[in-house]
Design a protein. Structure first.
Length: 102
């Protein structure tokens, strides 16, 4: 399950999510806010701050997926060195699960 977040939403700290247990949500950002309030995930602003400690750049795309109960932010960004990066971050612990060139 994947829903792409708009860059504007990402900049405002909202990720996009979808899932069977979130069908009650009318908008993806509402689902993300609910998950943050329940303590299931950290806000995108916190995730971005953590990621930018390792990779500086401009966010191009954000996805928030739930796979086997684990929430993962998938981020594509254009690094300051001009390379595109794919980064996967545990949405609760903020640990970087994957970091690779796109």
């Amino acid at each position: 399950m994947t829903v792409t977040a708009l860059l504007l939403l990402a900049a405002q700290g909202a990720g996009a999510i979808a899932g069977d247990d979130d069908k009650h949500c009318k908008r993806d950002q509402d689902c993300a806010l609910d998950a943050v309030e329940r303590g299931e995930i950290r806000s995108f602003a916190e995730v971005l701050e953590s990621v930018r400690q390792q990779v500086k750049g401009q966010v191009l795309k954000v996805e928030l997926e739930r796979d086997d109960g684990l929430w993962v932010y998938k981020i594509k960004l254009l690094a300051d060195d001009g390379r595109r990066k794919k980064i996967e971050v545990n949405a609760k612990s903020l640990s970087i699960l994957k970091l690779k060139d796109d």
